[in-house]
Design a binder for this molecule. Structure first.
Ligand SMILES: Nc1nc2c(c(CN[C@H]3C=C[C@H](O)[C@@H]3O)cn2[C@@H]2O[C@H](COP(=O)(O)O)[C@@H](O)[C@H]2O)c(=O)[nH]1
Length: 341
């Protein structure tokens, strides 16, 4: 049986040995304090996944779970070389960018009668069909379209062969454990194995695998097959937005040398030392923010372990980054063109 390193243990190891990225414990504590009142709001909870985002499925059906699987299989690499030249998708009168452009394209296809979330369809899609579904409303195509085509065929084939074409079948096999579902995904869907080697040790981030489990929990509203009793064991999802917002909030710091490379728009590669340090320190930093938040409530005699976890903190910080794009424009995000995030 293959061994999958724990993303949290990997993050601890990376943070302890990082050279160009550092977690600021005081900064993390201050962020926790600033979030104290926000975490008890209704839309900080799992309900926010639907109430805050109109493009997300509002149902908790088998089709909604398949929507999540399809979207998270393609949930990577939306950044553009030139900020003003980017992939955009118009849907129901609104223009969407980044991750939301992916969701808009999927919903546009469904409205057009294309069964894009059905494994029997995307397992055998041609490249031209993929190009049509994810066509852009600008001159800029969606990045990595060939990889997306390959992943659709690969993941759809596995879903058909091993899970009867339904991701809900895979969810049921996890017996309400987030960790079991995470490992089922890693064992069966190779494109989700988001790993690296750091200081001669195999480390993991599993960004898409963990967000797939989290979004499954969210779309099922934390109920029934999605009532994962160990949802708090997931970490945040190490993408290219969370590090940016953590530096903006002064919970994480880059060395001058790294900041210079980022400002120059250096394109890194999956597994580069700088990239691994940025992603690992982000996971570790958010684990500290969660810990401080729980301690703040504990001091007030409140046990908030059902209300505060890395998934909900991640969603909040990611949405914050989206809503504060302008204020954060001086903090560069790290650029890697890959299928992992
Ligand atoms: N850590 C983290 N990374 C996330 C998400 C999401 C979408 N989740 C939303 C859906 C429901 C939830 O309520 C969330 O609001 C996408 N990404 C990543 O961001 C990047 C795209 O960024 P931009 O170019 O600015 O759109 C890309 O790497 C993508 O993989 C998240 O939640 N957490």
């Amino acid at each position: 049986m293959e061994v999958f390193p724990s993303p949290l243990e990997s993050a601890r190891f990376i943070a302890d040995n990082s050279k160009d990225v550092s977690v600021d414990e005081e900064g993390a504590r201050r962020v926790a304090e600033s979030l104290f009142d926000k975490v008890s709001a209704a839309d900080f909870g799992v309900a926010g996944w639907k109430s805050l985002h109109e493009l997300n499925p509002q149902a908790a059906s088998e089709e909604a779970v398949d929507w999540v699987f399809l979207v998270d299989t393609l949930n990577f690499s939306f950044w553009s070389e030139q900020e003003e030249q980017k992939y955009l998708v118009k849907y129901k009168g609104k223009t969407h960018s980044g991750y939301w452009s992916l969701c808009a394209a999927v919903n546009r296809a469904l409205d057009d009668g294309i069964p894009i979330t059905s494994a029997s369809y995307f397992a055998t899609m041609t490249l031209d069909q993929v190009k049509h579904v994810f066509r852009s409303d600008t001159e800029v195509p969606i990045p990595l379209i060939e990889e997306r085509h390959r992943l659709l065929n690969e993941s759809g084939t596995v879903l058909l062969e091993k899970f009867g074409g339904s991701f809900l079948t895979c969810v049921k096999m996890s017996e309400k454990s987030a960790q079991k579902l995470l490992h089922l995904v890693l064992q069966n869907f190779p494109s989700y194995r988001d790993e690296a080697v750091f200081e001669k040790k195999k480390v993991s981030f599993y960004k898409r695998a963990q967000i797939l489990v989290a979004d499954t929990w969210s779309v099922l509203e934390g109920k029934g097959d999605g009532s994962f009793d160990d949802i708090s064991s997931l970490t945040i999802f190490a993408d290219y937005r969370i590090p940016q917002v953590l530096v903006h909030l002064k919970a994480m710091k880059y060395s001058e040398e790294l900041m210079k490379k980022l400002r120059e728009g250096t394109v890194f590669h999956s597994g580069d030392k700088e990239e691994v340090e940025i992603r690992g320190c982000s996971i570790w930093c958010c684990a500290l923010i969660c810990k401080h938040l729980l301690e703040l409530y504990e001091k007030k005699g409140q046990d908030m372990r059902e209300k505060i976890n890395a998934v909900l903190l991640d969603y909040y910080l990611w949405d914050y980054a989206r809503d504060h794009r302008e204020e954060m424009k001086d903090i560069p995000f790290h650029r890697v063109r890959c299928i992992y995030y």
